[in-house]
Design a protein around this ligand. Structure first.
Ligand code: NDP
Length: 496
């Protein structure tokens, strides 16, 4: 499908909102620019969802819901599986869009972003026809339950995994018979439009997946709209609180996937080389812009010197920053110039507050992408729990390493935060591994692994890191509501 595009004086394409199976022009003519973080150049513009678009989006969603919710789960499943095939066929084209929008390395996007999105749609397409209600006798009477869709749902996404987030929200929502109005981040709006095209091509009826574009105002419109039953949000804790408070005005159901400051605990019997791989993956993959990152790495004193010496060597020798489309590059550009500055401000705070800089600590200007928003992989050691870099989510390639002596001590220190998204432990002692992880207050935990997130496994946060889950069987329940139907088999016994 050719998007209905115009070009501007900057000679870049202008994308419209995707409503009711097609691109739709807005009336105000307002649009915003999207830059490639690796080049600092405007690559396209996108029209804002103005009032006309918003009204059309709701009307279309109502029409889409009437058709989609009346189909059997197996019919919906068949269509969604077609979309999964199209996603996989177009892997490289879609991965390139993600690289240009986010600045992340091609070597990641090509094998992770589209595939993990497709996996989740495939998983829920398979699961939905198997969802069943209950039936129980109550004397001679009985009741049964029906799992019904919620209606119109809204998805609001962050910029780090734009297409994957759109898939993770649309997969369970659509499989359960809902329709979704999706708003991607204003910084990475193209992937969701491509997903909308694919859904239509696969046979998803018009109105079932509409994409509305814009910044916070469009998000606020979604969260306050009385016809929307649920909001699934991925973003910062502060924004999550605003979304939830706005959703409360119309008593919407919410799923909140928010930020983290997750601990990785390395005991002295661990495979140190593996633990270093995990620490590097959990701090430098996607240039550190991953919510579950293990940005607090607690290492047992007995292996501390060995750990940081090997970590420094591997970081300095194996990380290549540069044009993210080069398949050799494994460290991309941060999402924007202001975000690069924010990350540098945190680094400077780390230095001022007395953390020892092991490596990195500066912005980079690689020859192959001199204008990109790069920050060198940065490691602080000898950190203490009170430092700002250890307490606050930075969302960049900045690792803080801390030393510990005792199991109970490290559990308490790991839990001493209002966030609780993820955690990891490395040890060869299986009893200790489970004992420790069971005491950690986090929703996504790994033992001798870090970062894996298959479609089958529920993910979500404890404490301020979130509410509800994505992926896994339970998420399908979160996109349905239970209707109980009581059936009387006897003549009614009434005092009236
Ligand atoms: P933000 O909270 O800034 O934005 C998230 C989305 O919300 C964007 O689409 C944004 O629009 C929109 N938005 C902003 N203000 C409002 C509002 N008042 N009402 C409704 N919507 C609004 O997050 P980032 O995009 O900066 O993403 C980074 C954050 O996301 C990190 O904290 C990270 O930890 C978290 N995250 C969590 C994940 C998880 O699964 N737990 C996964 C990935 C990221 P716009 O950007 O266009 O202004």
């Amino acid at each position: 499908m050719e998007p209905n595009m115009t070009t501007t004086t900057q000679n870049v394409p202008v994308y419209q909102n995707f409503i009711h199976g097609q691109y739709m022009p807005n009336q105000t003519g307002d649009s915003f620019a999207v830059k490639n973080p690796a080049t600092d150049e405007v690559i396209y513009r996108v029209e804002v969802a103005d009032e006309a678009i918003q009204t059309a989006a709701i009307q279309s969603a109502k029409q889409g819901f009437a058709i989609w919710s009346a189909m059997t789960p197996i019919e919906r499943s068949r269509i969604l599986l077609k979309a999964v095939s199209l996603l996989r066929e177009r892997n490289d084209e879609l991965a390139q869009i993600e690289v240009l929008d986010t600045g992340k390395p091609w070597q990641e996007a090509q094998c992770v972003d589209v595939q993990t999105g497709a996996d989740v749609i495939e998983y829920f397409a398979g699961l939905a026809p198997a969802q069943v209600g209950q039936q129980q006798m109550v004397g001679n009477d009985f009741y049964y339950t029906r799992k019904e869709p919620l209606g119109i749902c809204a998805g609001i996404g962050a910029w780090n995994y734009p297409l994957q987030i759109a898939c993770w929200k649309s997969g369970p929502a659509l499989a359960a018979g809902n329709v979704l109005l999706f708003k991607p981040s204003e910084e990475t709006p193209l992937g969701a439009l491509k997903l909308a095209e694919i859904f239509i091509e696969a046979g998803v009826p018009a109105g079932v997946f509409n994409v509305v574009q814009g910044a916070a105002e469009v998000g606020q419109w979604l969260t306050g709209h009385p016809d929307i039953e649920k909001v699934s949000f991925t973003g910062e804790v502060g924004t999550g609180k605003k979304v939830m408070s706005s959703a409360a005005s119309t008593l919407k159901d919410v799923t909140m996937e928010l930020g983290g400051k997750s601990p990785l605990i390395v005991f002295d019997d661990a495979d140190i080389s593996d633990a270093i791989s995990a620490a590097m993956l959990g701090n430098f993959y996607t240039q550190g812009e991953i919510c579950t990152n293990c940005t607090r790495v607690y290492v047992h004193r007995n292996v501390y010197e060995q750990f940081i010496s090997e970590l420094k060597t591997r970081t300095e020798q194996n990380i290549i920053a540069g044009n993210p489309m080069n398949p050799e590059v494994n460290l991309g550009a941060l999402i924007s110039k202001p975000h690069q500055q924010l990350v540098m401000d945190y680094i400077n705070k780390g230095i001022t507050e007395g953390a020892r800089l092991l490596t990195g600590g500066k912005a980079l200007s690689p020859d192959s992408a001199p204008n990109g928003y790069f920050v060198a992989p940065t490691i602080f050691v000898d950190c203490s729990d009170e430092m700002t870099i250890v307490k606050e989510e930075i969302f960049g390639p900045v690792m803080s390493v801390l030393v510990f002596d005792d199991e109970q001590e490290v559990i308490e220190r790991a839990n001493n935060t209002h966030l609780g998204l993820a955690a990891g432990v490395f040890t060869k002692d299986i009893q200790r591994a489970h004992r420790v992880i069971h005491q950690i207050q986090a929703g996504i935990c790994w033992i001798n692994a870090y970062g894996n997130s298959p479609a089958e496994m529920p993910v979500g946060g404890y404490k301020h890191s979130g509410i509800g889950r994505e992926n896994g069987i339970e998420t399908l329940d979160q996109y349905t509501q239970t209707k109980s139907v009581y059936v009387g088999m006897n003549k009614i016994d009434s005092p009236f």
